[in-house]
Design a protein around this ligand. Structure first.
Ligand code: NCD
Length: 358
């Protein structure tokens, strides 16, 4: 594996992604053979944001490989509550653990963590930005339950604006040929511009719809998501958005017989419980595939060369530019050097991918 961190699946080549899927399936078929594959290794899970399955999936994955787990699931029980910066926490924990999975409410936090941690970083969700290991879970599921990762018509429904699983999945599936996206949301919750840029640059066709019913018959995959309440400015805004899209038996009847329904979970009200028993519903199997995907990821990342930390200085040409995304980590951790890439007349923040005018 060339990259020592997994911030975005773009850090891996398509071949490396397929190798991880292959390894996940080998482990699933024969778990006892891998029971000591990470013996003596320590995973730290640093969860600055609530999580049930993702944190437990990471922990179980490491334990099933014979490794150990340290960490916190509530930053208020750690030195963070005393005002410790991300830099200091990661410098220290990166010296204790062999690998770190971090989840944080701000966008670009995983990229920032990777700059200071001597141990490789896995992005377990950075605000409303990305969630690459959920995508690994999604594509291991698709590979097994759909039989392919290309030439699919993929519907994504719900909160496409703040849904980080949606962003990572679109980015990754755009790299496989012939995939087409149907984006189903209210006008307020459409995908961010950088995700549209990804689809356009990859030459992927996409349509934006406001009706799930209208989309149903053409889909090979339906990826349902919850409205991300915690990312809204206020509760009224959330109340206006919730409950708009619900997959029920009536809509499901319009779907193809080989449709596959995925959901990163947790579900709120967007999939009716009666859908659970339909054989096209794969969201609970998806969590099991996710654990094997994380096992394969640990083995791959821990088998590479040692990570070497690069020194970053805040002396580039954009040192005084401020990222216009108010949820960007650079606003909280103000010591972070400004890092931007030029894109036409825009500057793209290397932490959160938001574009700011030059
Ligand atoms: C997702 C997340 O945290 O972004 N959950 C998960 O990791 N399985 C989706 C969500 O919270 O809606």
């Amino acid at each position: 594996m060339l990259s020592k961190n997994l911030i975005d699946l773009e850090n891996l080549s398509v071949k490396e992604i397929l190798d991880i899927i292959d390894l996940a399936n080998k482990i699933k078929a024969n778990p006892s053979e891998y029971a000591n594959a990470c013996q003596g290794k320590i995973l730290a899970t640093l969860f600055y944001e609530p999580s049930t399955r993702t944190r437990m999936s990471f922990s179980t994955a490491m334990m099933r490989l014979g490794g150990n787990v340290i960490g916190f699931d509530n930053p208020m029980n750690s030195s963070v509550s005393k005002g410790e910066t991300l830099k200091d926490t990661l410098t220290v924990i990166g010296g204790y653990a062999d690998i770190i999975a971090i989840r944080h409410p701000l966008e670009g936090s995983a990229e920032a963590a990777a700059m200071y941690s001597p141990a490789p970083i896995i992005n377990a969700g950075d605000g409303g930005h990305l969630h690459p290991t959920q995508t690994l879970a999604d594509i291991v599921t698709l590979y097994n339950e759909k039989g392919r990762l290309d030439n699919l018509c993929i519907g994504l429904c719900g909160d496409l604006k703040y849904g980080r699983t949606v962003h990572s999945l679109i980015k990754t599936m755009s790299r496989f040929k012939g995939n087409r996206f149907v984006l189903i949301s209210t006008p307020e919750l459409t995908v961010p511009q950088y995700i549209k840029d990804v689809m356009n640059n990859a030459g992927c066709e996409y349509t934006e719809l406001t009706s799930l019913k209208e989309a149903m018959s053409e889909l090979d995959v339906l990826y349902m998501t919850r409205i991300q309440r915690e990312r809204f400015e206020n509760d009224e805004e959330y109340e206006r958005q919730k409950g708009v899209f619900v997959l029920d038996k009536e809509k499901l009847d319009l779907g193809k017989s080989d449709l596959r329904i995925l959901h990163p979970l947790p579900r709120v009200d967007e999939i009716d419980y009666e859908v659970d028993d339909d054989e096209r519903a794969k969201y609970f199997q998806q969590t099991v595939y996710g654990m094997y995907a994380r096992m394969a990821l640990f083995m791959t990342m821990l088998n590479g060369e040692k990570k070497v930390l690069k020194k970053y200085k805040n002396d580039g040409p954009y040192k005084d530019v401020i990222c216009t995304n108010e949820h960007c980590i650079t606003h909280q951790e103000t010591y972070l050097p400004k890092r931007f890439k030029e894109y036409g007349d825009m500057l793209v923040c290397e932490y959160c991918e938001n574009s700011t005018h030059k």
